[in-house]
Structures are given as C-alpha cells and as structure tokens.
Design a protein around this ligand. Structure first.
Ligand code: M6R
Length: 365
C-alpha cells in the first residue's frame, strides 16, 4: 500500500493534488459562480438566516478552522468564532439561536469535538460537520455535513486532511458569500482560483528536495519559531505543530508581529524562524518582521513566492511556492512546511507515522 514511499506521511503529502481535487469534485458551479453541497440539509433561506458561525475542533482541525475564520469573514462577511472543542463545552458562551455550529474533524471520532457538538445541539443550534471518515460518529450526529473525500489518513500527523479542510472552508466562504453580497464576477474569480489549485499543489511539491537540504542544515536545533500573518498566521501554527509532533523539537507558531511583544527574547543563532511570506496584502509588514529577527542574529528560513528576491536577500534559506490568491496561500504554503517537518523527523530517526504518546484519533476527554 505504501508503494514507492518509505512512510504513510510522505505518501499522504504527495497525494494532495488529488485529495484537494476530490474535495472540490462536483462542488463548483461555474454557471452560478458558487459552490454546491449535497448534505447541508438546510434550505438556502434557513442558511441565509444564520448570522454567526461557531467553528469547533482540536489540533490540526482547529488550525484549518482558523483559516476558515479568515476566509469566511473576508469573503462572506459573516462573523466567525473558532473555539477549541475542549473549551467550548465548558465555556457556555451566550449565543443567538441563529448561530450555526461547524464541527471540523478528520476522524469524526474525537471525543472533545463530539462533546462540544452534543452540547451545542442540546442548546438547539443547527449543527454541521466537516469530516473525512464517512459514517463516523460526528458525521452521523450532526444535522448536515460535508465530507472531505481525502481517503484514509494513516499517518498520525494530519496532512492531506488539513489541506482538504481548508478547501472546504474556501467552498463555504464562496457559498455563503454568494448567498449574501458577493457578485457573480467575484464568485467566478474564486471558482477559477480553486480550479487552478491542484496544479499549484503539484508545483509546491517540487520543493521536496530543497526542504530536505534545509532539514539537514537545521536538524540539530532544539527550538523553532514559525511566523506568519493574516491567512498565514494559522499556517505558522500548523507548521509548528507538524514539527513538534513528529520530531519532538520544541516549536512555536506566532503571528509574526507578536514577536516583539515577548517571544523575540527567544531568538538566538540556534533558534531558526520559519517565515511564511508570500506576496500579498501583508507582504511588506512580514518583511519588516523578518528584518527584526535578522537584526537579533536569528537564522531565517522563508517560504516565498517563486521569483521573489526581496526576501531572498534577507533570509538564510528559501523555499519557493507558486503564486496564488491570498486566501489560498495557507493551502499551498502548508506543503513545504509538511515536507520540512517530515525530513527533520526522519533525519532525527523518529517514527514519523506513529509518534510517541500520540494516537490517530483521541477518544478520551
Ligand atoms: O480527527 P480530528 O481531526 O478530530 O483530530 C484532531 C486532532 O487530534 C488532530 O488534528 C491532531 O492534532 C493531529 N495529530 C495533528 O497532526
């Protein structure tokens, strides 16, 4: 089943052009410039009346929910809140009845997410699930849902499920945007951006060789920082989680500009900062943050758009990714970060598919 790949994680990373295509299959409608879903089980009228979304999840699925928050607020203008499932259940937030809950989970069996879903249902909120495993508990217990169709994810570190979750978030942003204010032209642009995505992921995978070289250079570092802003703040969190769970290296993700409020004290010549800095709305701002790290003697590994030379001048090492619309950057930028974590973990002799202390689905609270 592994074929040419030494580990499931690497195999699943390389499946992503296909899994992302599967997440979109039959769900893009060019004529209407929108997304279509088969299983939401609410009418467009009911969905339009939902004026607030609560997204709940754990781990990597929580990161894709954060990406969803930026996408849905940015493109559909609906207020979104993201809560760790383990916190939502006990927080008891005051919410209007028109709050729609989304539970995001690869396995559909995570007990914290299930408990949060049940609590929100008990309070009378309509609930949706975004799951990979068909027929899983959370898929069955929610009122409606969207499957990822990513195929079984065996590696404990989530990779292809993450990018598919982000794609579903983009589809939701498109759908709800078109229910509300988004024009036909704006919707069509998003459809076209999404259609181009599988090929761009294919291109991003060509960074494998460079990621391996960079991994060899930094393999002995004990601390890493991951920094990005806006759409790529969650990318930073996800990059850090991938590294820590499979290589056991301490890594922290931060919004790049938060560094100067404390964590920059950690920077020294043995603490690399991985910056996600593709061109786009916050490019110049992140570039300034790169300079702040370099001024303190910290090595910088930068994920940049192909052809970018401004960051290359500052950074110690560069990984290129294809240029995509801002809202799709977290999907494409995840690829080099998955590869970097993978190669570092392999070089350190770790069992990447079955990291210590972790299980694929967490069924205790
Ligand atoms: O199956 P789920 O998406 O509900 O799992 C949630 C987390 O346990 C999971 O994402 C975990 O953080 C992964 N090991 C991350 O790679």
């Amino acid at each position: 089943e592994l074929g040419e790949y030494p580990h499931y994680m690497l195999k699943e990373i390389f499946e992503q052009p296909e899994t992302v295509r599967n997440a979109m299959r039959g769900r893009l409608d060019r004529d209407e410039a929108t997304a279509v879903f088969g299983g939401l089980n609410l009418t467009p009228q009911q969905l339009r009346n939902m004026d607030r979304f609560m997204l709940t999840a754990c781990g990597t699925s929580w990161h894709s929910s954060l990406v969803g928050e930026y996408m849905i607020e940015g493109l559909a203008r609906i207020p979104v809140e993201v809560q760790y499932a383990s916190e939502l259940r006990y927080r008891n937030p005051p919410l209007s009845p028109s709050t729609l809950l989304f539970a995001i989970t690869q396995s559909g069996e995570t007990i914290d997410t299930l408990a949060a879903l049940r609590e929100m249902k008990r309070k009378g909120h309509p609930t949706m699930s975004i799951c990979n495993v068909v027929g899983s508990t959370i898929a069955r217990e929610s009122d409606g849902g969207i499957y990822l169709h990513a195929g079984p994810e065996i590696g404990v570190a989530s990779t292809k499920a993450y990018t598919s979750q982000c794609v579903v978030m983009a589809l939701l942003a498109l759908y709800f945007g078109r229910l509300h204010h988004l024009s036909y032209e704006a919707g069509l642009r998003i459809v076209e951006d999404l259609e181009a995505l599988p090929d761009q992921i294919e291109t991003a995978l060509t960074s494998n060789r460079v990621a391996k070289e960079i991994a060899a250079k930094y393999v002995d570092c004990d601390n890493f920082l991951y920094l990005g802003r806006q759409y790529n703040f969650p990318t930073a969190l996800e990059g850090a989680l991938k590294l820590k769970e499979i290589s056991y290296i301490h890594a922290e993700g931060y919004p790049a500009a938060e560094m100067k409020h404390g964590p920059i004290a950690l920077v020294d010549e043995n603490t690399p900062s991985v910056f996600i800095v593709p061109r786009g709305g916050v490019y110049d701002k992140v570039l300034a943050n790169v300079e702040e790290i370099k001024a303190r003697g910290g090595p910088v590994i930068a994920v940049v758009d192909d052809g970018d030379d401004r960051v290359a001048e500052l950074a110690d090492d560069v990984i290129v990714m294809p240029t995509v619309a801002d809202f799709l950057q977290p999907i494409v930028a995840a690829i080099p970060l998955q590869l970097l974590a993978y190669h570092i973990a392999v070089l350190r002799g770790c069992d990447v598919d079955k990291p210590r202390n972790l299980a694929k689905s967490v069924t205790v609270e």
